[in-house]
Design a protein around this ligand. Structure first.
Ligand code: PEP
Ligand code: MN
Length: 336
């Protein structure tokens, strides 16, 4: 971090600043120019509040050189993280497909979809019990009953389950959930992230609709700073001026995040496009771009789905798609 001081800074204020910076275990390299003095801060600056320094009378400008996240930063953890979900590994070359309906609706629906997607190669089952809907009048999910049905599908198929938490008051209900999903709308619910940091559950953290990649990584940092390193990042489309698709899938997030972090990155082709017909091409593109996995909405009767029918693919379409994905994965790994 570089701090540019105003000319002729008040000596007492400068001494106080230096003392404060040293108290954070930082070394200070001072270089005096003809007009400005520059302080180069060396050490772990991730905990330094840049706004606090910028606000000081004697400070002209502050620039970060190092990223403000440490635990999620690849610089301090060069190896890919591999997240083990009950024996199913994600990251570090381990590619997984999470599939299932947007929402758990009935026992028959979730169990049927679970059996089908497992037979087609999915290794984790998704299904929302608590649904973050834009309208309060839309189906809000089956709540506790939805969790119970998911656990039934898990017992029947052996597939670990992924489901969304919307509030920390629900945490006690998630004891047998294998991956807790934090949805796009909650990516910056910092109180929730802090609570999840105290658990040892894998967390699927979805990128907010209008969040930068750095903001996504700072949210991961919240969870990791609490001691929970098991974070899986998910790009699920961001809001742009384009209206043809529900969101715009930012595929460049994959190679960018791969450089910045050691955490696994998966892609959601369903919420990013909003259209079933676009799920296959985007899944293949994400696989080719190096994603560690996919989360795909599959429904046995998309036309009558209570949530996100237009973007849900049928088990038959999922079967076709997963064959292509595995074919592409084989091709890519043989080539390398
Ligand atoms: C979901 O996965 O069902 C969901 C609501 O996703 P997102 O938070 O990305 O909108
Ligand atoms: Mn959905």
């Amino acid at each position: 971090m570089i701090v540019v001081l105003k000319s002729n800074p008040n000596q007492k204020q400068l001494d106080n600043l230096m003392m404060w910076l040293r108290s954070m275990d930082l070394d200070i390299h001072t270089s005096e120019g003809s007009k400005h003095t520059i302080l180069g801060l060396v050490g772990d600056t991730s905990k330094v509040d840049i706004d606090l320094i910028s606000a000081l009378d004697i400070v002209d400008e502050v620039k970060r050189i190092q990223e403000p996240y440490k635990n999620a930063n690849r610089k301090f953890h060069p190896e890919d993280s591999v997240i083990d979900v009950n024996g199913v590994k994600i990251g570090g070359g381990n590619f997984q497909i999470i599939a299932g309906p947007c929402s758990v609706e009935t026992e028959e629906q979730i169990c049927e979809v679970a059996k089908d997607v497992k037979a087609s190669g999915a290794t984790l089952l998704r299904g929302g019990a608590f649904k973050p809907r834009t309208s309060p009048y839309s189906f809000q999910g089956l709540a506790n009953e939805g969790l119970r049905l998911l656990l039934e599908a898990k017992a029947m198929t052996g597939l670990p389950i992924v489901t969304e938490i919307m509030d920390m008051s629900q945490l006690d209900l998630f004891g047998e959930v294998d991956i807790i999903q934090v949805g796009a709308r909650n990516m910056q619910n910092f109180m929730l992230l802090k609570e999840l940091g105290k658990t040892n559950k894998p967390i699927l953290l979805k990128r907010g609709l209008s969040s930068t990649l750095e903001e996504l990584l700072m949210s991961a940092e919240y969870i990791m700073a609490g001691g929970n390193e098991k974070v899986i990042l998910c790009e699920r489309g961001i809001r742009t001026f384009e209206t043809y698709t529900r969101n715009t899938l930012d595929l460049s997030a994959i190679p960018v995040l791969k450089r910045l972090t050691h955490l696994p990155i998966i892609i959601d082709p369903s919420h990013s496009t909003g259209k079933a017909a676009l799920v296959e091409p985007m899944s293949l593109a994400a696989t080719a771009a190096g994603a560690d996995g996919l989360i795909i909405e599959v429904h046995n009767d998309p036309q009558h789905a209570l949530c996100d029918g237009p973007q849900s693919i049928t088990p038959a379409a999922f079967d076709k798609l997963s064959k292509k994905i595995f074919g592409l994965r084989n091709f890519l790994t043989e080539e390398n």
